[in-house]
Write a protein that binds this ligand. Structure first.
Ligand SMILES: CC(C)(COP(=O)(O)OP(=O)(O)OC[C@H]1O[C@@H](n2cnc3c(N)ncnc32)[C@H](O)[C@@H]1OP(=O)(O)O)[C@@H](O)C(=O)NCCC(=O)NCCS
Length: 158
């Protein structure tokens, strides 16, 4: 897949995407960490969820799911990019669109969790401005730890 030849388009999630997103999540994470189909369906359909799809050449190259929480906070539940499309700014484009949605909802702080051994994702989030705040012991299936990472959002330009 050569993403340089065709533009990546970010759009809203549609119910017909579910099966492909499930497949992508299974590719991106170990079986005991990846979402079940019903968990993914629940998060995608939740009334406070925001799900964005990266589309390339009529296929889905990745997706992000965030959720608006109480007290002007938001949670990034997952961002998944298929292996062939990585390091081409697909993940960055998804996160930028999600952040724009959070801005519109006047979110002040965004948080997420990432496996301490997931160096690529840690670099990815740090590049987006997220900072590690704490270690969550056994967060992933009781067998691996997570860092909580936080981003304080700037006010959008007037
Ligand atoms: C993490 C992930 C979403 C990044 O998506 P991506 O589209 O490849 O990321 P981008 O191309 O936008 O990367 C932007 C920058 O982040 C950093 N980065 C991204 N992936 C990296 C990696 N594997 N190693 C080191 N740095 C990385 C780099 O600074 C990169 O810029 P560069 O390519 O110019 O060096 C993708 O690797 C993925 O889906 N991984 C599996 C699922 C996962 O771990 N999700 C995150 C945890 S919830």
């Amino acid at each position: 897949m050569d993403l340089s030849e065709t533009a990546v388009r970010i759009r809203d999630y549609r119910p017909g995407d579910l099966q492909r997103l499930y497949q992508i999540d299974q590719i991106c994470f170990a079986p005991d960490i990846a979402y079940s189909r019903s968990e993914l369906f629940f998060y995608l359909r939740h009334k406070d969820s925001l799900a964005k799809i990266a589309e390339w050449n009529d296929d889905i190259a990745g997706f992000v799911v965030g959720r608006v929480e109480a007290n002007r906070c938001a949670h990034v539940l997952t961002v998944d990019v298929i292996p062939d499309a990585r390091r081409r700014r697909v993940g960055t484009a998804l996160m930028n669109v999600l952040h724009e949605e959070f801005h519109k909802r006047e979110i002040a702080m965004v948080f997420l969790e990432v496996d301490v051994s997931n160096r690529g994702a840690l670099d990815f989030y740090e590049r987006l401005g997220y900072e590690r705040t704490e270690t969550l012991k056994g967060y992933y299936a009781g067998r691996s730890d997570a860092y909580r990472m936080v981003l304080f959002m700037e006010k959008p330009p007037e």
